[in-house]
Design a protein around this ligand. Structure first.
Ligand code: UT7
Length: 323
C-alpha cells in the first residue's frame, strides 16, 4: 500500500523574544503566575511587517533542505493557520509562489490549534489516494496579531512561529512496522464555540477581531479530548500506549500535558515539551516540537511518534507515524 513517508522537517521562529518579566510590565501578571499555571517562560513575536507566510516560507525551506528534496518536486502544499496574511488568497498560495512551484495544489486549513494534525491527515489521504506524491505540510501562525494585549488571561499564553514537514509517497506492507503515517484521527464538536473564538471576521463584523477564551473550561475539555485522541490512534493501530516512542503534543499548557500523561500512564520522559520556550503557537506548536526533538536527536529513524492537538472549534485529533 502507499504510505506517506516523512522525509524532512524544519522550523522557523521570529527573532524577538518576549519574556514573562516583560509581559508583567504590560499587564497585571507575574512570571510566577505564568510559570506555575502554564509552564511558559517566554514566547516569540513576529516583527512589524513579518507575516505568517514569511514564517511558513522559512520553515518550508528548512524542511525541504533537511529532506534533500527540491521545491520543484512538491505537488501539494497544505498550510494550517488561523492567522492568514489575508482573508484570501490562501497563505499556502503565497508560500507556493515564493518557492517557485507552478504545479499541484496549495490551500489553507483552518482548525486552529489542531490545524497541523488536520493538515497532516489531509495530506496523508491525498498521497494514499494517488493524488499527490510530495507534500509540504505547514503549521504557521502570528497569534500576536489577534491577541488583546490588555487581557492578561489570554495575552500571556500565545506566541508566533512555524513548522513544516515533507511527506513523500512510498511503499509499505500495511503493517505498523511500515515507515510513514500509520493512523490519523480527526474530531470536531462545534457546540463549544463560545469557550474559544475570535470576536471578529469578514462576514460577521468586517474586522479581524481578538481571541477570547474561557481558559478554565477549555482546560477541562482539553484533557478529555487529548486523552481520547491518543487512546483512539493507539487502539486503531492495534498497539499499546507504551509502544509509542515519542509523544509530540500541542503545546498549550504544561499542566494539560502533565494531566494527560497521568491519566494515560504515559512515561513523562517520552513527552516532548517546548511550551516553556514558545508558548502556545497554535497550528505551529506540534511541528515546532517535532523539529526540536529531531534536531536534538531524541526522535530517530524508525521511532513511533504520536502527535496530538486540541483547539478552537472544538477540534481535536492525532496522527501516529513511524519516522
Ligand atoms: O490551544 C487551545 C487550547 N487552549 C488551552 O488548552 C488553554 C486551556 N486553559 C489553560 O491553560 C488555563 O485555564 C489558563 C492558563 C488559561 C488559566 O489557568 P487557570 O488555572 O485555569 O486559571 P483561572 O482562569 O481559573 O484563573 C485563576 C485566577 C483568576 O483570579 P481569581 O478569579 O481567582 O481572583 C484570574 O483572574 O488567575 C487570574 N489570572 C491571572 N493572574 C495573573 C488570569 N490570568 C492571569 C495572569 N496573571 N496572566
Amino acid at each position: 500500500m502507499i504510505r506517506s513517508i516523512p522525509v524532512g522537517a524544519g522550523a522557523y521562529l521570529p527573532e524577538k523574544i518576549l519574556t514573562n518579566h516583560e509581559l508583567a510590565k504590560m499587564v497585571d501578571t507575574s512570571d510566577e503566575w505564568i510559570v506555575e499555571r502554564t509552564g511558559i517562560r517566554q514566547r516569540r513575536i513576529a516583527a512589524a511587517g513579518q507575516k505568517t507566510s514569511d514564517l511558513a516560507i522559512g520553515a518550508a525551506e528548512r524542511a525541504l533542505k533537511h529532506a534533500g528534496v527540491d521545491a520543484s518536486e512538491v505537488d501539494l502544499i497544505i498550510l494550517a493557520t488561523a492567522t492568514p496574511d489575508r482573508t484570501f488568497p490562501a497563505t499556502a498560495a503565497r508560500v507556493q509562489a515564493h518557492l517557485g512551484i507552478k504545479k499541484g495544489a496549495a490551500f489553507d486549513i483552518q482548525a486552529v490549534c489542531s490545524g497541523f494534525i488536520y493538515a497532516l491527515a489531509t495530506a496523508d489521504n491525498f498521497i494514499k489516494a494517488g493524488q499527490a506524491t510530495t507534500a509540504l505540510v505547514i503549521g504557521a501562525e502570528t497569534f500576536s496579531r489577534i491577541l488583546d494585549w490588555e487581557d492578561r488571561s489570554t495575552c500571556v499564553l500565545f506566541g508566533d512561529g512555524a513548522g513544516a514537514l515533507v511527506l513523500q509517497a512510498g511503499e509499505g506492507e500495511g503493517t505498523t512496522a511500515d515507515q510513514g503515517v500509520l493512523q490519523s484521527y480527526l474530531r470536531c464538536d462545534g457546540s463549544h464555540e463560545d469557550l474559544l473564538y475570535v470576536d471578529g471576521g469578514p462576514s460577521s463584523t468586517g474586522t479581524v477581531g481578538h481571541l477570547r477564551m474561557l481558559g478554565r473550561e477549555v482546560f477541562r475539555h482539553a484533557v478529555t479530548n487529548i486523552a481520547d485522541a491518543i487512546q483512539t490512534s493507539v487502539d486503531r493501530a492495534g498497539i499499546k500506549v507504551s509502544d509509542v516512542d515519542w509523544f509530540v503534543p500541542h503545546q498549550a499548557n504544561r499542566r494539560i500535558l502533565d494531566a494527560t500523561a497521568r491519566r494515560l500512564h504515559l512515561d513523562p520522559e517520552k513527552v516532548v515539551i517546548t511550551v516553556e520556550k514558545h508558548g502556545n503557537t497554535s497550528a505551529a506548536s506540534v511541528p515546532l516540537a517535532l523539529v526540536e526533538a529531531l534536531e536534538d536527536g531524541r526522535i530517530k529513524r524508525g521511532d513511533l511518534v504520536l502527535m496530538e492537538a486540541m483547539g478552537g472549534g472544538f477540534t481535536w485529533g492525532s496522527a501516529l507515524l513511524r519516522w
